[in-house]
Each structure stands twice: as structure tokens, then as C-alpha cells.
Design a protein around this ligand. Structure first.
Ligand code: ADP
Ligand code: MG
Length: 148
């Protein structure tokens, strides 16, 4: 995926699933874009692809949800997925959640919605994906790190 337009939410979820196939642990995935642009839908695809247990809730009102994959993990390489939504909080609140320790976990994947709100603490190697509302059911998804 470099840059593409999905035509419905299922396609966006499928893109998330496709990304999940490539994850090995230790990744930080930054999803930027306006409200309703598809960040959580895409995340649900990643979670499904990794075999995380439902329900896949939007963490907007709870800041972070941790999914422990346990034996569900593909090849058991990835143990945890942290889905973080910084919409209502700031860098300090994320640091207080144990951000530095999360970054150290090489068998975890961290997904951040609204990453620009905490850009000072996002590692340089993070993968940035940008979502844009094109029409009622169309969303542009651009992987800003592809080719990097
Ligand atoms: P965000 O997390 O960026 O605020 P969500 O994924 O929560 O966005 O919401 C996206 C909304 O847009 C959902 O209600 C979804 O059903 C709808 N939608 C319509 N078309 C698409 C599409 N192509 N991709 C993703 N979501 C879509
Ligand atoms: Mg969201």
C-alpha cells in the first residue's frame, strides 16, 4: 500500500489486515487524519489480522486498550497490541501510561490515533499512515513511510 482509495469500510479493514501480515513486533504505527476518516476501522483490521480478541472498541474515551494475544498470536511472535487514542490527552498522560516501557517491548505493536498530538515522543522509525475523507464511503489511505 502506497496510496489508495477504499470504497467502503470493509476495504479499509482489509488494508489493516494486510498490514498485520507484515508486522513482526516492535512497530509503532501512527494513524493520522480527521475524525471519521477511518483510523479506528483500519485498526480493527490490524487487530483482526493479528488474531486479537474482540470487542475492538474505539479507545477515544479510554485513551488506551491493551490486547494480549497470547496463543492467538500468529507464530506467537507478537504478544501485545496497544491501541492508543490521544484525542483528549497530551504527551504527559501518555508517558504516565508507561510509554517508554511500551516502546522497549519488542514483541508488542503500538497503534496511535492522533499521533501529531504527541509527536515529540514518537520514535523516528514509526510508520506514518494518513487517512483522508474523500466522499461518504471513500477514504484515501497513504502510507507515508513506504519506500523508506
Ligand atoms: P476515525 O477513527 O478516523 O475517527 P472511524 O474508523 O471510527 O474513523 O470511522 C469511520 C467511519 O466512516 C465509520 O462509520 C465507517 O463505517 C465509515 N466509512 C465509510 N466508508 C469508509 C471507508 N472507505 N473506510 C473507512 N471507514 C468508512
Ligand atoms: Mg478513531
Amino acid at each position: 500500500m502506497e496510496k489508495m482509495v477504499t470504497k467502503n469500510f470493509e476495504e479499509t479493514r482489509e488494508e489493516g489486515k494486510a498490514l498485520a501480515e507484515k508486522l513482526r513486533g516492535g512497530e509503532v504505527i501512527c494513524l493520522s487524519g480527521d475524525l471519521g476518516s477511518g483510523k479506528t476501522t483500519f485498526t480493527q483490521g490490524i487487530l483482526e489480522g493479528l488474531g486479537a480478541e474482540k470487542p475492538y472498541v474505539s479507545p477515544t474515551f479510554m485513551i488506551m486498550k491493551k490486547y494480549e494475544l497470547g496463543a492467538r498470536s500468529r507464530e506467537e511472535k507478537i504478544k501485545n497490541v496497544y491501541h492508543i487514542d490521544t484525542y483528549r490527552i497530551d504527551e504527559k498522560a501518555i508517558l504516565d501510561l508507561g510509554w517508554e516501557e511500551m516502546l522497549e517491548e519488542k514483541d508488542s505493536v503500538i497503534i496511535v490515533e492522533w499521533p501529531e498530538r504527541i509527536k515529540n515522543i514518537i520514535p523516528g522509525l514509526a510508520r506514518w499512515i494518513e487517512f483522508k475523507w474523500i466522499g461518504e464511503n471513500e477514504r484515501e489511505i497513504a502510507d507515508l513511510s513506504s519506500g523508506a
